[in-house]
Structure formats: structure tokens, C-alpha cells
Design a protein around this ligand. Structure first.
Ligand code: BV8
Length: 230
């Protein structure tokens, strides 16, 4: 029974109305990464960063999974072997579609973290710098997301999964952010069949043996049907 590992990025949620990062009107065109997605930016202006994530938390809460998220949930429930999703996305659309075996390597918008005591809890709709931690009472709350320069979550699950994968697929990611950007090359070297399902050629395309070009809501369901018939 083949083990399937799927890395997803912002492109899988684009058709659910959530902005990507590097497309022409993407998030990084509206905000400087250094200001809103680094610990230094948060230390400099926590209000700006909390506002950035409050806006994305509201958008993500209003968004619905699309056919690509639903197809991956079907794959997990109907495929005889293990299916693991490693997502760079901080929205909850994989879980909303029914996926259970998901690693959020860059954290989640709907969780909050206390950077004084390490406590985690469900994030309120709106987070502000003056909020206090429900555990230690200190004014040290932040979104539970992984910023640039911070260690991604779930590495202890990701590394073995890449080593054991029979099939490694990447959906909707531009291949610009490490360590995720190197996963295709790594999985291929470990013997997996690699397939990239993306709207356009990405920085990591050359690492993949097979490519499916098109919007995720079209190419992912077709690929899942093939996987389930194989
Ligand atoms: C780490 C936070 C060490 C939450 C994010 C030099 C200097 C300093 C640092 C570095 C450096 N070189 C490398 C680094 C490390 C750095 C890095 O990679 N920097 C880059 C910019 C060079 N990485 C880190 O700091 C990471 N930590 O390395 O720690 C370590 C390493 C290994 C082991 C232990 C320790 C931490 C990175 C995490 C940063 N946080 N997000 C948030 O705000 O969301 S990254 C951010 O980018 C999101 O998580 C996002 O998911 C991610 C990647 O972007 P994509 O998902 O790929 O989205 P993008 O818009 O780029 O692309 C969308 C794609 O979809 C496109 O290809 C498009 O064509 C396609 N598409 C669009 N529409 C559709 C579609 N496809 C299909 N259908 C559609 N409809």
C-alpha cells in the first residue's frame, strides 16, 4: 500500500478566495515580509502584525474549502495506504474539507501562542498587543504562526514521512520558502515518485518527475481519481 505525502501552499486556497503571497496582487505585494512575518517586525510593531493576521483570520474564517481540498480529504479516507498532508498554509481549509492527517508546518491562524510561557489556545477573532495570556497573565500573546527565521513545526513527523513516501505531490506552492522548497528534491532522492500540481512553472518544478498544470480545483480531483483507481 503506497504512502502518499502531499505538500500544499497558498495556491490550493486561492480558489477559496484567500490571497497567495507571490502572485502579482499577493500578500507580499501589499506588505513587506520583514514588517509582518518576522519576529523582528513583531517586536518593532506588534499592532501592525496583529492587524495583518486579524484580517487574514477573518478572511480564512469566511472561506470554504474548494474541490482540491475536498479531493485530498477523499484521498485520505479512500486510499488504503497512509496519506499525509504537510501544509504551509495557516488556514483551516484542509480540516474543514475533512482531512485529519495534517501537519501545519507554518502554524495556524486560529491558534494563539504566549511567547512568555509557551501556552497555546484557540485564537480570538481579533488579537491585540495588550491582550494577556490566559495561563500566565503576561502581555505576551502572538499568532501561533512560524515567521521567517523561526523553526517550522512538525519536523519530527515531516522528515520520516519524506523518507518513506512512495508518492510525493506538491500543490499550489511556488517553491520559494525553505525548508519546504527542498522537499520535492529530497523525496525524489529518497525514491518517491514526485508530481507537481500547480498553475504555473515554479522555482522547484525541475525537482519533480511529473507536472500537472492548471488550477488546483481542476487538476487535483483528476489526480486523486487516478490515485484511487491505481
Ligand atoms: C527556517 C508565515 C531554519 C505564516 C511563512 C536567507 C536569509 C534568511 C533566511 C533564509 C535565507 N534563505 C533561506 C532562509 C530560510 C527562510 C526562507 O526560506 N526564506 C526565503 C524567503 C528565502 N525560511 C525560514 O526562515 C523558515 N525557517 O528555515 O528555520 C530551519 C530549517 C530547517 C529545519 C529547522 C530549522 C520559516 C519559513 C516560514 C515563513 N512563514 N508564513 C503566514 O503568514 O502565512 S511563509 C509563507 O510562504 C507562507 O507560509 C506560504 O505558505 C509560504 C510559501 O508560499 P507559497 O505557499 O508557495 O505561496 P506563493 O504565493 O509563494 O505561491 C503560490 C503558488 O500557487 C504559485 O506557484 C502559483 O502559481 C500557484 N497558484 C496560484 N493560484 C493557483 C495556484 N496553483 C493552483 N491553483 C491555483 N488556483
Amino acid at each position: 500500500m503506497s504512502k502518499i505525502v502531499i505538500l500544499t501552499g497558498a495556491g490550493i486556497s486561492a480558489e477559496s478566495g484567500l490571497g497567495t503571497f507571490r502572485d502579482q496582487d499577493g500578500l507580499w505585494a501589499q506588505h513587506r515580509i520583514e514588517d509582518v512575518a518576522t519576529p523582528e517586525g513583531f517586536a518593532r510593531n506588534p499592532g501592525l502584525v496583529q492587524e495583518f493576521y486579524n484580517a487574514r483570520r477573518a478572511q480564512a474564517a469566511a472561506a470554504r474549502p474548494n474541490a482540491a481540498h475536498e479531493a485530498l480529504a477523499r484521498l485520505e479516507s479512500d486510499h488504503a495506504g497512509e496519506v499525509l498532508i504537510i501544509t504551509q498554509n495557516v488556514d483551516g481549509l484542509h480540516e474543514a474539507a475533512g482531512s485529519r492527517n495534517v501537519v501545519h508546518m507554518h502554524g495556524q491562524l486560529d491558534r494563539a501562542l504566549c511567547h512568555a510561557c509557551g501556552h497555546r489556545w484557540p485564537a480570538p477573532k481579533v488579537m491585540q498587543p495588550e491582550d494577556t495570556c490566559p495561563e500566565c497573565g503576561q502581555m505576551a500573546t502572538r499568532p501561533d504562526v512560524v515567521w521567517f527565521g523561526e523553526i517550522p513545526y512538525g519536523m519530527e513527523r515531516i522528515d520520516p514521512a519524506l523518507a518513506d513516501a512512495d508518492i510525493f505531490a506538491a500543490v499550489g506552492t511556488s517553491g520559494n520558502v525553505y525548508p519546504a522548497a527542498a522537499y520535492g528534491q529530497h523525496a525524489r532522492r529518497m525514491g518517491a515518485h514526485t508530481v507537481e500540481l500547480n498553475l504555473e512553472v515554479s522555482t522547484a518544478s525541475r525537482d519533480f518527475a511529473e507536472h500537472r498544470r492548471g488550477p488546483a480545483s481542476e487538476v487535483v480531483p483528476l489526480w486523486v481519481e487516478e490515485m484511487l483507481m491505481a
